[in-house]
Design a protein around this ligand. Structure first.
Ligand SMILES: *[C@@H]1O[C@H](CO)[C@@H](O)[C@H](O)[C@H]1NC(C)=O
Ligand SMILES: *[C@@H]1O[C@H](CO)[C@@H](O)[C@H](O)[C@H]1NC(C)=O
Ligand SMILES: *[C@@H]1O[C@H](CO)[C@@H](O)[C@H](O)[C@H]1NC(C)=O
Length: 391
């Protein structure tokens, strides 16, 4: 394809690779940028060639709207290429009829890929009609698809990507190693159901930087089996905050370990920093978590550990203790709470929360003092503490 189709940023990057890099422009494979004709096969052809290339490969998506009319899977299982970069200047759109992708788990999926970089672009899953179906209480609505799912992959970079109006979760990383998400922007209305921003599960060494997430469910949700997560310079809200959990649904469950959330702000929304575990028997755990330099603006539960999660008291026989929570540090958390109890540690007798540390926490509730609540939570507190600590 002609180099003149390539954006300036791309030309600059080409120097890094010199002539060894091959570029596949989706327009060369029959993609149409008008948003009406299905471009899925063109994307797949470009992927197949990039994947088969023994040189580093670039897939380029020029400006315009590209309909991806059914689930798209980029499989890396047989790739020869040592690295594939996907540069998107356009928008990928899902079909307006939510039923078409609504029962596939993931709309755009990467499976067993290595060294893939996705830069720029917008993913628009057009989820609104499905949310209305769900909120109208109709029983026939499909579950909804996750917009972008990266499964069993390594060395992944996602930068400056925008995801809007997912049917269900926006981005999932499942069993990934070494992933970096940077400059990601997620947006869906505060009342859109289950539209988590970024969901991590069984993943390791994941960094999320400089990202902004406004959605109807968790901003970032951290499921079982995650370790070494670094989340920095993230803005959340509206939504349900950064949540470790829900954990402990099953008895034998991989734990969550070594999570750092640094320099984040939460604006409105239900929660800020949340750890949520089912009141069910489980060997799971959460340990070594640091929350540092966090600002809250009118958040309902700025700091919350809920180890008694059991909606409607269903599915929790005897409501026993489950996941063990230990060594969680909150340092320099400040701002405003939308409810009186700004700090809540609701743990269980059998497995109390231990090693909870508060340092310089300053949360206020309107013109009144905020309050803390502790149940079976032990640890220490230092520095300025408003509300006063109940540890
Ligand atoms: C991924 O990139 C690294 C470093 O550039 C390289 O050593 C490795 O072989 C690549 N992996 C694959 C599967 O090509
Ligand atoms: C942060 O992300 C925004 C997009 O959300 C991007 O425009 C900006 O360049 C990024 N800044 C850095 C330092 O990565
Ligand atoms: C914790 O995770 C960070 C990356 O987020 C990593 O740099 C550090 O080495 C990890 N610590 C341990 C003890 O594994």
């Amino acid at each position: 394809m002609a180099v003149k189709l390539v954006a300036p940023v791309l030309l600059f990057l080409l120097f890094e690779y010199s002539s060894a890099t091959v570029i596949y422009n989706v327009l060369s494979f029959g993609a149409t940028a008008n948003g009406f004709f299905d471009s899925r096969n063109a994307f797949l052809k470009a992927w197949d060639l990039a994947c088969a290339s023994t040189n580093p490969a670039i897939i380029y998506v020029p400006p315009g709207r590209y309909l991806i009319a059914s689930a798209l899977i980029f499989s890396g299982q047989t790739c020869k290429s040592k690295a594939i970069r996907i540069y998107i200047d356009g928008t990928l759109v899902a079909p307006t009829n939510y039923n078409v992708i609504g029962n596939t788990h993931v709309w755009i999926k990467f499976y067993k890929t290595n060294n893939v970089t996705i830069s720029g672009g917008t993913l628009d899953a057009q989820g609104a009609p499905l949310w209305f179906c769900k909120s109208s209480g109709m029983k026939t609505c499909p579950l909804g698809a996750t917009t972008l799912g990266i499964y069993h992959s390594q060395n992944i970079v996602i930068s400056n990507l925008r995801s809007v109006n997912s049917q269900r979760f926006h981005i999932i990383l499942y069993a990934c190693n070494n992933a970096k998400l940077q400059g990601v922007s997620v947006s869906a209305p505060g009342l859109s159901p289950n539209t988590d921003g970024i969901h991590l599960i069984y993943s390791k060494d994941v960094t999320i930087l400089n990202s902004s997430i406004a959605t109807g469910d968790d901003c970032i949700s951290i499921g079982p089996g995650n370790s070494n997560l670094w989340i920095e310079k993230v803005v959340c809200g509206p939504g349900h905050g950064i949540s470790i959990g829900s954990l402990g649904w099953v008895t034998e469950e991989a734990g969550v370990q070594n999570v750092t959330v640094k320099t984040a702000s939460f604006i409105g929304g239900q929660n800020g920093l949340r750890i949520k575990t089912w009141a069910r028997r489980s060997n799971g755990f959460v340990k070594d978590v640091v929350f540092q330099h966090i600002s809250m603006v009118n958040v309902k539960n700025p700091i919350i550990i809920d180890a008694n999660y059991c909606p409607n008291h269903e599915n929790c026989p005897n409501e026993v203790s489950g996941v063990k929570i230990s060594n969680v540090m909150y340092e320099d958390v400040h701002g405003t709470s939308a409810t009186r109890v700004a700090v809540k540690f609701d743990c269980k007798m059998g497995k109390p929360c231990t090693g909870i540390r508060l340092k310089d926490v300053n949360l206020i509730y309107g013109s009144q003092p905020a309050a803390s609540f502790c149940s079976y939570a032990a640890g220490s507190a230092s520095g300025l503490l408003r509300p006063t600590s109940c540890l």
